[in-house]
Design a protein around this ligand. Sequence first.
Ligand SMILES: Nc1ncnc2c1ncn2[C@@H]1O[C@H](COP(=O)(O)OP(=O)(O)OP(=O)(O)O)[C@@H](O)[C@H]1O
Ligand SMILES: [Mg+2]
Length: 228
Amino acid sequence: MSNNIVLECRQLSKQYQDGKQVIDVFQSIDLALNKGEACAIVGASGSGKTTLLNLLAGLDLATTGDVKLANISWSSMKDSKRAKMRNKEMGFVYQFHHLLAEFSALENVLMPMWIAGLNTKEANQRAKELLGQVGLKDRLHHKPSQLSGGERQRVAIARALANRPACVLMDEPTGNLDETTSMEIQRLINELKASYGMAFLVVTHDEKMLGWMDSAYRLSKGTLQPLK
Ligand SMILES: Nc1ncnc2c1ncn2[C@@H]1O[C@H](COP(=O)(O)OP(=O)(O)OP(=O)(O)O)[C@@H](O)[C@H]1O
Ligand SMILES: [Mg+2]
């Protein structure tokens, strides 16, 4: 395996057993994400995009196959190591943002850095900088319920980037954003790719976003087909 691979899956398949019904979501998926690569995944609703991201994140178990983060299989890690690796090396932007309701935008972005033990001064500085970069410098102390849908999504993006993870998984990150804001996210992603070699795997329907991604795949009929 090349040293440049940040996240990789081999022969990944997933079935859901729903009572007597078995749903075959996908079979034998191979995918490798390199350092500094931005890769898009497209596919119809129900094709398995979120399922794939959850498996890659080690949040759900595959039926067959293996996922490696930084060349280590999720399945070989103890729970404590898995949680630590996930917090430090991965960032997530979920399809439904999952911000902590009781905490402000700033605190939501600080959370992964607190968990990782980053010193308070640096964490505060980084959280404010990231919220500024996603256009929310005047919303630091708003709770999620006081933010618009697109603003919440941008807090979730800032939070995912906080620990400068090796790889960021994003599920429709620009779904609620207008063109100007999407462009700001594009600029931020490109900057982080260049500065830290961060890799991005992004589920998107946004044609513009597809255009500037390094690679793209379509998930269809249970297989992953390269688009570029
Ligand atoms: N926990 C579950 N139990 C049973 N079936 C499930 C479960 N989660 C998802 N599925 C099914 O697996 C398939 C893939 O779902 P998934 O959420 O991955 O699709 P998706 O590509 O993300 O769709 P969307 O674009 O609508 O978000 C769907 O048919 C869905 O109904
Ligand atoms: Mg989905």
